[in-house]
Design a protein around this ligand. Structure first.
Ligand code: ADP
Length: 394
Protein backbone atom coordinates (compact mmCIF):
# COMPACT_ATOMS: atom_id res chain seq x y z
CA UNK A 1 0.00 0.00 0.00
CA UNK A 2 1.42 3.43 -0.96
CA UNK A 3 1.90 5.77 1.97
CA UNK A 4 0.60 9.30 1.44
CA UNK A 5 3.37 11.89 1.41
CA UNK A 6 2.81 14.37 4.18
CA UNK A 7 3.09 18.12 3.58
CA UNK A 8 5.70 19.77 5.84
CA UNK A 9 4.41 21.99 8.63
CA UNK A 10 2.39 19.52 10.68
CA UNK A 11 -0.57 19.26 8.30
CA UNK A 12 -2.73 16.17 8.64
CA UNK A 13 -3.56 13.48 6.10
CA UNK A 14 -7.29 13.03 5.47
CA UNK A 15 -8.37 9.60 4.30
CA UNK A 16 -11.54 9.22 2.25
CA UNK A 17 -13.03 5.75 1.90
CA UNK A 18 -14.46 5.52 -1.62
CA UNK A 19 -13.10 7.01 -4.82
CA UNK A 20 -16.21 8.58 -6.34
CA UNK A 21 -16.80 12.14 -7.47
CA UNK A 22 -17.35 13.46 -3.94
CA UNK A 23 -13.86 12.37 -2.92
CA UNK A 24 -12.56 13.81 -6.18
CA UNK A 25 -14.12 17.21 -5.54
CA UNK A 26 -12.35 17.38 -2.16
CA UNK A 27 -9.01 17.31 -3.99
CA UNK A 28 -9.05 20.96 -5.14
CA UNK A 29 -9.91 22.43 -1.73
CA UNK A 30 -7.45 20.07 0.02
CA UNK A 31 -4.65 21.24 -2.25
CA UNK A 32 -5.54 24.89 -1.67
CA UNK A 33 -5.67 24.39 2.10
CA UNK A 34 -2.28 22.66 2.10
CA UNK A 35 -3.78 19.35 3.24
CA UNK A 36 -2.93 15.90 1.97
CA UNK A 37 -5.68 13.59 0.79
CA UNK A 38 -5.55 9.85 0.49
CA UNK A 39 -8.37 7.89 -1.12
CA UNK A 40 -9.27 4.22 -0.81
CA UNK A 41 -10.50 3.68 -4.36
CA UNK A 42 -12.53 0.81 -5.78
CA UNK A 43 -10.25 0.66 -8.80
CA UNK A 44 -7.28 2.57 -10.23
CA UNK A 45 -9.54 4.47 -12.66
CA UNK A 46 -12.05 5.61 -10.02
CA UNK A 47 -13.03 9.28 -10.33
CA UNK A 48 -10.91 10.41 -7.34
CA UNK A 49 -7.99 8.05 -8.06
CA UNK A 50 -7.34 9.97 -11.29
CA UNK A 51 -6.50 13.17 -9.38
CA UNK A 52 -5.31 12.09 -5.91
CA UNK A 53 -1.72 10.79 -5.94
CA UNK A 54 -2.26 8.55 -2.92
CA UNK A 55 -5.12 6.30 -4.03
CA UNK A 56 -4.57 2.75 -2.87
CA UNK A 57 -7.04 0.30 -4.35
CA UNK A 58 -9.34 -1.60 -2.02
CA UNK A 59 -12.98 -2.32 -1.28
CA UNK A 60 -14.88 -0.44 1.43
CA UNK A 61 -16.34 -3.78 2.52
CA UNK A 62 -12.88 -5.30 3.13
CA UNK A 63 -11.93 -4.58 6.77
CA UNK A 64 -8.30 -5.46 6.19
CA UNK A 65 -8.00 -3.02 3.29
CA UNK A 66 -9.81 -0.24 5.18
CA UNK A 67 -7.66 -0.66 8.29
CA UNK A 68 -4.39 -0.72 6.34
CA UNK A 69 -5.52 2.42 4.51
CA UNK A 70 -6.54 4.20 7.72
CA UNK A 71 -3.22 3.44 9.42
CA UNK A 72 -1.58 6.12 7.26
CA UNK A 73 -4.30 8.75 7.89
CA UNK A 74 -4.96 11.23 10.72
CA UNK A 75 -8.72 11.28 10.18
CA UNK A 76 -11.03 9.16 8.05
CA UNK A 77 -14.19 10.24 6.25
CA UNK A 78 -16.33 8.83 3.44
CA UNK A 79 -17.32 9.29 -0.19
CA UNK A 80 -20.56 7.34 0.40
CA UNK A 81 -22.46 5.76 3.27
CA UNK A 82 -22.06 2.10 2.33
CA UNK A 83 -19.23 1.02 4.64
CA UNK A 84 -20.64 -1.88 6.69
CA UNK A 85 -21.09 -1.42 10.45
CA UNK A 86 -18.62 -4.24 11.26
CA UNK A 87 -15.91 -2.50 9.24
CA UNK A 88 -16.71 0.84 10.87
CA UNK A 89 -16.44 -0.71 14.33
CA UNK A 90 -13.01 -2.16 13.56
CA UNK A 91 -11.95 1.17 12.12
CA UNK A 92 -13.00 3.10 15.24
CA UNK A 93 -11.24 0.52 17.45
CA UNK A 94 -7.91 1.48 15.85
CA UNK A 95 -8.22 4.91 17.48
CA UNK A 96 -8.17 6.95 14.25
CA UNK A 97 -10.84 9.68 14.36
CA UNK A 98 -13.74 8.76 12.03
CA UNK A 99 -16.16 11.46 10.84
CA UNK A 100 -19.06 11.12 10.66
CA UNK A 101 -19.00 8.60 13.49
CA UNK A 102 -20.66 5.21 12.98
CA UNK A 103 -23.29 6.16 15.59
CA UNK A 104 -24.36 9.12 13.44
CA UNK A 105 -23.81 7.41 10.10
CA UNK A 106 -26.27 4.65 10.98
CA UNK A 107 -29.13 7.11 10.46
CA UNK A 108 -27.97 7.85 6.91
CA UNK A 109 -27.35 4.16 6.16
CA UNK A 110 -30.66 2.79 7.32
CA UNK A 111 -33.87 4.62 6.40
CA UNK A 112 -35.90 2.72 9.02
CA UNK A 113 -33.50 3.79 11.79
CA UNK A 114 -33.63 7.34 10.39
CA UNK A 115 -37.45 7.48 10.47
CA UNK A 116 -37.57 6.17 14.03
CA UNK A 117 -34.96 8.63 15.31
CA UNK A 118 -36.47 11.65 13.53
CA UNK A 119 -39.82 10.74 15.07
CA UNK A 120 -38.25 10.75 18.53
CA UNK A 121 -36.78 14.18 17.80
CA UNK A 122 -40.18 15.53 16.77
CA UNK A 123 -39.00 16.30 13.22
CA UNK A 124 -41.91 16.20 10.73
CA UNK A 125 -41.85 13.06 8.55
CA UNK A 126 -44.30 11.36 6.17
CA UNK A 127 -46.43 8.70 7.82
CA UNK A 128 -44.39 5.50 7.68
CA UNK A 129 -44.24 1.90 8.81
CA UNK A 130 -41.94 -1.09 8.63
CA UNK A 131 -43.29 -3.95 6.53
CA UNK A 132 -42.18 -7.57 6.73
CA UNK A 133 -45.25 -9.21 5.19
CA UNK A 134 -47.90 -8.59 2.54
CA UNK A 135 -50.38 -8.11 5.39
CA UNK A 136 -48.23 -5.26 6.77
CA UNK A 137 -48.36 -3.56 3.36
CA UNK A 138 -52.14 -4.09 3.07
CA UNK A 139 -52.68 -2.60 6.52
CA UNK A 140 -50.50 0.45 5.80
CA UNK A 141 -52.16 1.07 2.43
CA UNK A 142 -55.58 0.82 4.06
CA UNK A 143 -54.51 3.33 6.73
CA UNK A 144 -52.83 6.02 4.56
CA UNK A 145 -54.33 5.32 1.12
CA UNK A 146 -52.79 4.03 -2.10
CA UNK A 147 -50.39 4.39 -3.78
CA UNK A 148 -47.76 3.71 -1.16
CA UNK A 149 -44.04 4.47 -1.49
CA UNK A 150 -41.84 1.48 -0.60
CA UNK A 151 -38.12 1.79 0.04
CA UNK A 152 -35.31 -0.63 0.70
CA UNK A 153 -33.86 0.66 3.98
CA UNK A 154 -30.26 0.36 2.78
CA UNK A 155 -28.22 0.95 -0.33
CA UNK A 156 -30.63 3.08 -2.40
CA UNK A 157 -29.50 6.04 -4.49
CA UNK A 158 -30.90 8.12 -7.36
CA UNK A 159 -34.32 6.55 -6.83
CA UNK A 160 -33.03 2.97 -7.09
CA UNK A 161 -34.56 1.27 -4.10
CA UNK A 162 -37.80 3.31 -4.30
CA UNK A 163 -41.04 1.87 -5.70
CA UNK A 164 -44.49 3.44 -5.85
CA UNK A 165 -47.09 0.68 -5.63
CA UNK A 166 -50.87 0.43 -5.93
CA UNK A 167 -51.13 -3.04 -4.44
CA UNK A 168 -49.25 -5.06 -1.84
CA UNK A 169 -48.62 -7.82 -4.38
CA UNK A 170 -46.24 -5.54 -6.29
CA UNK A 171 -43.84 -5.84 -3.36
CA UNK A 172 -43.75 -9.65 -3.19
CA UNK A 173 -40.18 -9.90 -4.55
CA UNK A 174 -38.85 -7.08 -2.33
CA UNK A 175 -40.49 -8.58 0.76
CA UNK A 176 -38.89 -11.94 0.03
CA UNK A 177 -35.49 -10.34 -0.34
CA UNK A 178 -36.00 -8.22 2.79
CA UNK A 179 -37.05 -11.29 4.77
CA UNK A 180 -33.94 -13.07 3.61
CA UNK A 181 -31.73 -10.13 4.65
CA UNK A 182 -33.71 -9.57 7.88
CA UNK A 183 -34.12 -5.87 7.08
CA UNK A 184 -37.82 -5.29 6.41
CA UNK A 185 -39.05 -2.58 4.04
CA UNK A 186 -39.83 1.06 4.75
CA UNK A 187 -43.32 2.12 3.67
CA UNK A 188 -44.28 5.78 3.40
CA UNK A 189 -47.40 7.63 2.43
CA UNK A 190 -47.02 9.27 -0.98
CA UNK A 191 -46.45 12.89 -0.04
CA UNK A 192 -48.32 15.40 -2.25
CA UNK A 193 -45.37 17.75 -2.22
CA UNK A 194 -45.17 21.16 -3.93
CA UNK A 195 -41.46 20.75 -4.53
CA UNK A 196 -38.31 19.25 -3.04
CA UNK A 197 -35.95 21.28 -0.87
CA UNK A 198 -32.68 20.57 0.90
CA UNK A 199 -31.00 21.96 3.98
CA UNK A 200 -27.25 21.63 3.83
CA UNK A 201 -25.01 22.32 6.77
CA UNK A 202 -21.70 21.33 8.27
CA UNK A 203 -20.98 20.53 11.89
CA UNK A 204 -17.60 20.03 13.51
CA UNK A 205 -16.74 17.64 16.37
CA UNK A 206 -16.55 20.58 18.78
CA UNK A 207 -20.11 21.51 17.83
CA UNK A 208 -19.68 24.53 15.54
CA UNK A 209 -22.25 24.45 12.76
CA UNK A 210 -22.87 26.52 9.63
CA UNK A 211 -25.83 26.21 7.24
CA UNK A 212 -26.08 27.30 3.62
CA UNK A 213 -29.39 28.78 2.44
CA UNK A 214 -32.17 26.25 1.79
CA UNK A 215 -32.18 25.18 -1.87
CA UNK A 216 -34.75 23.73 -4.26
CA UNK A 217 -33.80 20.43 -5.88
CA UNK A 218 -35.47 19.46 -9.15
CA UNK A 219 -35.65 15.72 -9.90
CA UNK A 220 -36.26 14.02 -13.23
CA UNK A 221 -37.07 10.29 -13.12
CA UNK A 222 -35.82 10.09 -9.51
CA UNK A 223 -32.48 11.77 -10.33
CA UNK A 224 -31.60 15.29 -9.22
CA UNK A 225 -31.08 17.33 -12.39
CA UNK A 226 -31.10 20.93 -11.18
CA UNK A 227 -30.59 22.89 -7.95
CA UNK A 228 -31.74 26.46 -7.39
CA UNK A 229 -29.91 28.31 -4.64
CA UNK A 230 -31.58 29.74 -2.69
CA UNK A 231 -35.02 28.11 -3.16
CA UNK A 232 -37.13 30.71 -5.01
CA UNK A 233 -40.06 32.30 -3.14
CA UNK A 234 -39.45 30.24 -0.03
CA UNK A 235 -41.48 31.39 2.94
CA UNK A 236 -38.89 32.91 5.34
CA UNK A 237 -40.53 31.27 8.34
CA UNK A 238 -40.47 27.85 6.65
CA UNK A 239 -36.84 28.40 5.72
CA UNK A 240 -35.94 29.23 9.34
CA UNK A 241 -37.83 26.20 10.65
CA UNK A 242 -36.16 23.90 8.13
CA UNK A 243 -32.67 25.14 9.02
CA UNK A 244 -33.51 24.86 12.72
CA UNK A 245 -34.62 21.25 12.20
CA UNK A 246 -31.42 20.49 10.28
CA UNK A 247 -29.23 21.95 13.02
CA UNK A 248 -31.21 20.10 15.68
CA UNK A 249 -30.85 16.79 13.83
CA UNK A 250 -27.11 17.40 13.37
CA UNK A 251 -26.66 18.16 17.06
CA UNK A 252 -28.85 15.33 18.36
CA UNK A 253 -27.27 12.71 16.09
CA UNK A 254 -23.75 14.05 16.66
CA UNK A 255 -23.19 14.52 12.94
CA UNK A 256 -19.69 15.63 11.94
CA UNK A 257 -18.92 16.87 8.44
CA UNK A 258 -21.55 17.90 5.91
CA UNK A 259 -25.17 16.89 6.49
CA UNK A 260 -27.85 17.14 3.82
CA UNK A 261 -31.46 16.98 4.91
CA UNK A 262 -33.76 16.36 1.93
CA UNK A 263 -37.22 17.83 2.42
CA UNK A 264 -40.60 17.86 0.74
CA UNK A 265 -42.39 21.21 0.84
CA UNK A 266 -46.06 20.60 1.59
CA UNK A 267 -49.13 22.51 2.76
CA UNK A 268 -50.37 21.98 6.28
CA UNK A 269 -54.08 21.53 7.03
CA UNK A 270 -54.53 25.34 7.02
CA UNK A 271 -52.88 25.64 3.61
CA UNK A 272 -49.72 27.13 5.15
CA UNK A 273 -46.29 26.06 3.87
CA UNK A 274 -44.73 23.23 5.83
CA UNK A 275 -42.13 20.50 5.33
CA UNK A 276 -41.52 16.83 5.99
CA UNK A 277 -38.09 15.20 5.89
CA UNK A 278 -37.40 12.74 3.09
CA UNK A 279 -33.93 11.53 3.99
CA UNK A 280 -30.50 12.34 5.40
CA UNK A 281 -27.06 12.16 3.78
CA UNK A 282 -23.90 12.60 5.85
CA UNK A 283 -21.37 13.74 3.26
CA UNK A 284 -21.14 16.44 0.64
CA UNK A 285 -24.30 16.17 -1.42
CA UNK A 286 -25.55 16.95 -4.91
CA UNK A 287 -27.77 19.68 -3.44
CA UNK A 288 -24.58 21.50 -2.35
CA UNK A 289 -22.59 21.47 -5.60
CA UNK A 290 -23.74 25.04 -6.28
CA UNK A 291 -21.69 26.19 -3.27
CA UNK A 292 -18.39 25.38 -5.03
CA UNK A 293 -18.81 28.55 -7.07
CA UNK A 294 -21.78 30.25 -5.42
CA UNK A 295 -20.75 30.60 -1.76
CA UNK A 296 -17.80 31.96 0.19
CA UNK A 297 -17.09 28.40 1.35
CA UNK A 298 -18.01 25.43 -0.83
CA UNK A 299 -19.23 22.19 0.67
CA UNK A 300 -16.06 20.21 -0.10
CA UNK A 301 -13.79 22.72 1.65
CA UNK A 302 -16.27 22.87 4.53
CA UNK A 303 -16.40 19.10 4.87
CA UNK A 304 -12.60 18.95 5.17
CA UNK A 305 -12.60 21.76 7.73
CA UNK A 306 -15.36 20.08 9.72
CA UNK A 307 -13.80 16.61 9.87
CA UNK A 308 -10.50 18.17 11.01
CA UNK A 309 -12.36 20.25 13.63
CA UNK A 310 -11.01 23.43 12.04
CA UNK A 311 -13.08 26.62 12.33
CA UNK A 312 -15.78 26.55 9.63
CA UNK A 313 -15.88 28.96 6.70
CA UNK A 314 -18.73 31.32 5.87
CA UNK A 315 -21.57 29.70 3.93
CA UNK A 316 -22.73 33.10 2.61
CA UNK A 317 -23.83 33.13 -1.07
CA UNK A 318 -21.75 35.26 -3.44
CA UNK A 319 -24.64 36.14 -5.77
CA UNK A 320 -28.42 36.49 -5.51
CA UNK A 321 -28.83 33.18 -7.37
CA UNK A 322 -26.74 30.18 -8.31
CA UNK A 323 -28.13 27.44 -10.54
CA UNK A 324 -26.53 24.00 -10.72
CA UNK A 325 -27.40 21.59 -13.51
CA UNK A 326 -26.18 18.01 -13.49
CA UNK A 327 -24.53 16.59 -16.58
CA UNK A 328 -25.91 13.10 -17.09
CA UNK A 329 -24.30 10.63 -19.44
CA UNK A 330 -25.91 10.59 -22.88
CA UNK A 331 -25.24 8.76 -26.13
CA UNK A 332 -21.89 10.41 -26.92
CA UNK A 333 -18.80 9.32 -25.00
CA UNK A 334 -16.62 12.17 -26.33
CA UNK A 335 -17.14 15.15 -24.04
CA UNK A 336 -14.08 17.23 -24.80
CA UNK A 337 -15.44 18.86 -27.98
CA UNK A 338 -18.81 19.75 -26.45
CA UNK A 339 -17.28 21.16 -23.30
CA UNK A 340 -15.00 23.40 -25.35
CA UNK A 341 -18.09 24.77 -27.04
CA UNK A 342 -19.85 25.42 -23.72
CA UNK A 343 -16.84 27.35 -22.43
CA UNK A 344 -16.76 29.45 -25.58
CA UNK A 345 -20.48 30.13 -25.61
CA UNK A 346 -20.81 31.24 -21.99
CA UNK A 347 -17.60 32.15 -20.15
CA UNK A 348 -19.54 32.60 -16.90
CA UNK A 349 -20.58 28.95 -16.73
CA UNK A 350 -18.35 26.90 -14.43
CA UNK A 351 -17.91 23.35 -15.68
CA UNK A 352 -17.08 20.51 -13.28
CA UNK A 353 -16.49 17.05 -14.74
CA UNK A 354 -15.74 13.93 -12.75
CA UNK A 355 -13.43 11.94 -15.03
CA UNK A 356 -16.07 9.23 -15.32
CA UNK A 357 -16.92 7.17 -18.37
CA UNK A 358 -20.20 8.07 -20.05
CA UNK A 359 -23.14 5.77 -19.34
CA UNK A 360 -26.70 6.87 -20.03
CA UNK A 361 -28.17 8.53 -16.93
CA UNK A 362 -24.91 8.44 -14.95
CA UNK A 363 -23.91 11.65 -13.16
CA UNK A 364 -20.67 12.61 -14.90
CA UNK A 365 -20.43 16.28 -14.00
CA UNK A 366 -22.31 19.48 -13.31
CA UNK A 367 -22.27 23.14 -14.23
CA UNK A 368 -22.82 26.18 -12.03
CA UNK A 369 -23.76 29.69 -13.03
CA UNK A 370 -24.46 32.64 -10.74
CA UNK A 371 -26.13 36.00 -11.25
CA UNK A 372 -29.20 38.18 -10.78
CA UNK A 373 -31.75 36.75 -13.21
CA UNK A 374 -32.94 33.30 -12.16
CA UNK A 375 -34.81 32.45 -15.36
CA UNK A 376 -31.78 33.38 -17.47
CA UNK A 377 -29.44 31.36 -15.25
CA UNK A 378 -31.67 28.30 -15.48
CA UNK A 379 -31.73 28.54 -19.24
CA UNK A 380 -27.94 28.89 -19.44
CA UNK A 381 -27.14 26.12 -16.93
CA UNK A 382 -29.63 23.77 -18.59
CA UNK A 383 -28.29 24.51 -22.04
CA UNK A 384 -24.68 23.97 -20.97
CA UNK A 385 -25.48 20.64 -19.28
CA UNK A 386 -27.56 19.49 -22.25
CA UNK A 387 -24.89 20.54 -24.72
CA UNK A 388 -22.08 18.70 -22.90
CA UNK A 389 -24.11 15.50 -22.87
CA UNK A 390 -25.06 15.89 -26.52
CA UNK A 391 -28.81 16.38 -25.97
CA UNK A 392 -28.75 19.69 -27.90
CA UNK A 393 -26.32 20.61 -30.62
CA UNK A 394 -27.15 24.30 -31.03
P1 ADP B 1 -32.83 7.78 -2.93
O1 ADP B 1 -32.21 7.38 -1.62
O2 ADP B 1 -32.72 6.74 -3.99
O3 ADP B 1 -32.42 9.15 -3.38
P2 ADP B 1 -35.32 8.91 -1.98
O4 ADP B 1 -35.88 8.38 -0.72
O5 ADP B 1 -34.64 10.25 -1.91
O6 ADP B 1 -34.38 7.81 -2.64
O7 ADP B 1 -36.45 8.99 -3.08
C1 ADP B 1 -36.20 9.35 -4.44
C2 ADP B 1 -37.30 10.26 -4.96
O8 ADP B 1 -38.57 9.59 -4.88
C3 ADP B 1 -37.48 11.52 -4.14
O9 ADP B 1 -36.58 12.51 -4.53
C4 ADP B 1 -38.93 11.87 -4.43
O10 ADP B 1 -39.04 12.52 -5.67
C5 ADP B 1 -39.60 10.51 -4.50
N1 ADP B 1 -40.13 10.13 -3.18
C6 ADP B 1 -39.48 9.49 -2.19
N2 ADP B 1 -40.24 9.32 -1.12
C7 ADP B 1 -41.46 9.83 -1.42
C8 ADP B 1 -42.70 9.95 -0.71
N3 ADP B 1 -42.86 9.47 0.52
N4 ADP B 1 -43.72 10.57 -1.34
C9 ADP B 1 -43.58 11.06 -2.60
N5 ADP B 1 -42.45 10.97 -3.31
C10 ADP B 1 -41.39 10.37 -2.75
Amino acid sequence: MTTPRRAPGGFPVIGIVGGGQLARMCAGPAAELGLTLSVLAEDPDASAALVVPSSPVGEHTDAEAVLAFAAACDVVTFDHEHVPAEVLDELVATGVPVHPTPEALRFAQDKLAMRERLGELGVPCPRWARADTLADVEAFGAAVGWPVVAKTPRGGYDGKGVRVVDTAAELTDWLERAAHAGTGLLLEERVPFRRELAVLLARSPSGQAAAWPVVETVQTDGICTEVLAPAPDLDPDLSARAVEAGLRVAGALGVTGVLAVELFEVEDTDGEPAFVVNELAMRPHNSGHWSMDGAVTGQFEQHLRAVLDLPLGSPRPLAPWTVMANVLGGDYPELYPTYRHVMARDPEVKVHLYGKGVRPGRKIGHVNVSGDDLADLRERAGHAADYIQGVVTE
